[in-house]
Design a protein around this ligand. Structure first.
Ligand code: NAP
Ligand code: SF4
Length: 682
């Protein structure tokens, strides 16, 4: 049985829940909500929404939070008119945030972020006029007067944050932004006192911390986010990073947070295929070198993982951003013995970082309320209604659990013997092991809220009508599209479901028809035997070429990809290289992983026929035969709407959600959002 709030429990997370004494204040636990830009920072008119977003996490017990980045001046903008705190007139709106957080019993720091050459605007500045590989604008090199002004702007921004009621600031010194650019030779080719020698290159961050401390006095938190692993060429050496940490401590920092990888690095650092806690070893290396507490980060999503990292002495605190988007009550649930009910971050980036990079407001695939706390509100139940939900994929599960949490009686029908729908395929893909967690979460929620779950039950329109439900929500999902290629009934042809479920043996040479998200997933499945390196930090770092010995600057070694057990062709009809439509912040990882495995990714393909010789295609007008042992169809899907149509004909009130509603470009983000929004209004 789960313990309630008032039940005293021997916590399984003693390190995670231990207070942390900072000298002038004590944090209640070791959880830092790391900085994450949500898009709400960019307009003061949205600060009411931002205030509720943070207040919800403060009520959920987070020890300390950090806002998204605010630039100390215009030149440091992330994009034109982006978040900035540089004048007294901007202080007032911030008080809405700090007052809401303090009223909820929390603490919050403002992150000061100067974008440097990552600024997506023509006014950007940097140590030297060297364009970054990921932005179109060449920055102007700061003059020495400009450096002085920047220092003043950082200190003034911190003072304004203090005046606005923040408990501290985080100085963003990592991820390849301005401060990091000063530290590395690749972006700093100055010959004045701000460049050249190691001492000169680290002068800017140390001065920023020193002047910030001078401006805010002793009893104000200063977190310095230190790039401990740049993962780019001509970056910092380990002894330089240690020296900087020590100088930052001496200059007055309260805490040092860990930064991993510049944004232009081509090694993944946070996507779902990165092993859990895959970088806490970096913070551990720094542990003996400084006296102030260290915060570690990246791919720590559940209390067990956080506790393990802290108990092993890798760090004093854990920073999490996305897991707290997924569940504002993460800490409270861990504290109160309800961690089985934590809504997991699956590190997909689909609604958080992908949105931010598309200039949309961030949210969370698993929790569409994130950053919409004032808008997506569960209306109170006025009359106890009875609902049937048909289909226990992500859409059906999100709908059933939301309705049940609101107090309605819900019956959930699922024709297979398990909940999860297509997530049960996703969790079998190497690097997507995290996709098992939502089923743990939804399964426990169904039990907690007494949903009547009917597995192995095919819903029948006549029987459902007879039950007299107030409404039936149809979430019957999709069926794979038949591409109608001559020979597609040949025994060598498999659907993606059979391929991933492992219900049929697959040969050594495989052609995949369709290069969408599922085609890529199938290619990863075929080229990597289980267990995948994503479950083993040492294998994963070898595979991607992370130099854990730090013999190379930036920790950048040589990738050492494990050989694929199969030869694979990944095909699409559209001209150009497959994978262009994959998600913004994760697509490059999938493309790079398959390239390293030798997968032949081909566009502009016409499928002619399938026979004993393999798959016959025409590419650029030339006929070819791909001598495949198997052809796997991943050609998209079509809605499964027959039950919805039958129910409607029978006069039952029906709502259709998820893939059953619209199959084109279906993804779990849209399905869960639609389901949650519907359930909030019924
Ligand atoms: P999809 O992304 O729409 O891709 C379908 C693929 O099939 C395309 O490559 C398309 O390319 C091809 N195709 C379409 N009609 C065809 C036909 N008649 N004959 C032959 N080929 C055809 O669909 P999906 O791969 O099934 O994925 C479904 C959804 O799940 C997508 O929204 C996807 O984003 C999501 N998903 C996401 C991930 C992820 O990692 N984020 C993973 C899995 C799935 P051509 O038309 O060029 O041939
Ligand atoms: Fe995590 Fe995905 Fe939600 Fe982002 S959208 S917080 S990565 S589950």
């Amino acid at each position: 049985m789960l313990a309630t709030m008032s039940t005293p429990i021997a916590t399984p997370y003693p390190h995670l829940l231990a207070p942390l004494d900072l000298g002038f204040c004590t944090l209640p636990n070791r959880v830092l909500m790391g900085s994450m830009h949500t898009g709400l920072e960019d307009h003061a008119r949205d600060f009411g929404k931002l205030a509720e977003y943070f207040a919800a996490r403060a009520r959920g017990g987070v020890g300390l939070m950090v806002t998204g980045g605010f630039s100390p001046n215009i030149r440091g903008w992330l994009k034109p008119f982006a978040s900035r705190l540089s004048s007294r007139f901007q202080v007032g709106p911030h008080r809405r945030i700090t007052e809401a957080v303090h009223a909820a019993g929390g603490r919050i720091c403002l992150q000061i972020l100067h974008a440097g050459r990552y600024g997506y605007h023509p006014l950007s500045v940097a140590p030297s006029a060297i364009k970054s590989p990921i932005t179109p604008f060449t920055p102007r090199a700061l003059s020495s007067g400009g450096v002085e002004r920047t220092l003043r702007d950082f200190a003034r921004c911190a003072k304004l944050a203090q005046d606005a009621g923040y408990d501290g600031v985080e100085i963003m010194g990592s991820e390849g932004y301005l401060i990091n650019e000063f530290l590395a030779e690749r972006s700093n080719q100055r010959t004045d006192r701000w460049g050249g020698s190691v001492e000169n290159r680290m002068r800017l961050p140390v001065e920023i911390v020193r002047r910030t401390r001078e401006a805010v006095g002793r009893e104000f938190i200063i977190i310095y986010r230190l790039s401990m692993l740049d993962l780019v060429e001509r970056a910092q050496a380990w002894d330089e990073i240690v020296a900087l940490a020590q100088q930052v401590e001496a200059a007055g920092a309260t805490l040092v947070n860990t930064g991993i990888g510049w944004h232009e690095a081509r090694i993944p650092t946070i996507v779902t295929s990165v092993p859990r806690a895959g970088f806490s070893w970096v913070t551990r290396r720094m542990k003996e070198q400084v006296g102030i507490p260290l915060i570690t980060t990246n791919r720590i999503n559940l209390p067990e993982v956080a506790e393990y990292v802290l108990a092993h002495g890798d760090a004093d605190m854990i920073s999490m951003a996305r897991p707290l988007l997924a569940d504002p009550d993460w800490v409270a649930k861990a504290r109160d013995g309800r961690s089985a009910l934590i809504n997991p971050c699956i590190a997909c980036n689909q609604a958080c970082l992908d949105h931010v990079f598309e200039n949309k407001r961030a949210s969370c695939l698993m929790n569409p309320r994130a950053c919409h706390e004032t808008e997506l509100v569960d209306a109170p139940v006025t009359r106890k209604k009875r609902f049937a939900v048909v289909g226990a994929g992500p859409a059906g599960l999100a709908c059933a659990t939301t309705l049940a949490q609101r107090g309605y009686a819900v019956t959930l029908y699922e024709q297979s013997n398990e909940i999860g729908g297509q997530f049960n395929l996703a969790k079998r893909i190497p690097g997507k092991e995290e996709y098992a967690e939502p089923m743990r979460y939804w399964g426990n929620l169904l039990t907690e809220h007494n949903v009547d779950v009917q597995l192995g039950t095919r819903a029948d329109a006549a029987k459902m009508k007879a039950q007299g439900f107030d409404a039936v929500i149809v979430a019957t999902g999709v069926t794979p599209r038949d591409p109608h290629i001559p020979g597609s009934n040949h025994p060598m042809v498999l659907g993606y479901h059979d391929a991933i479920a492992g219900s049929k043996p697959i040969g050594k040479r495989v052609a995949i028809i369709g290069a969408g998200g599922i085609g890529f997933d199938v290619a990863e499945f075929l080229t990597q035997d289980a267990p995948s390196p994503s479950t083993d930090i040492a294998r994963w770092t070898r595979e991607w070429g992370v130099d854990t010995t730090f013999e190379q600057r930036g920790g950048l070694g040589k990738p050492n990809t494990e050989t694929s057990p199969r030869e694979v062709w990944l095909l699409q009809r559209t001209a150009g290289r497959p994978g262009k439509r994959l998600n913004k912040t994760t697509g490059w990882v999938h493309r790079a992983a398959l390239k390293a495995k030798g997968v032949k990714m081909l566009g502009g393909v016409t499928y002619e026929r399938i026979d004993d010789a393999g798959l016959h295609v025409t590419i650029d007008g030339k006929p070819q035969t791909l001598a495949a042992d198997n052809v796997i169809i991943c050609a998209g899907q079509e809605s499964n709407r027959s039950l919805a149509d039958e129910l409607q004909t029978a006069g039952v009130t029906v709502h259709v959600i998820g893939g059953a509603d619209v199959a084109a470009e279906l993804d779990a983000k849209r399905a869960i959002k639609q389901a949650t929004e519907l359930a909030a209004t019924l």
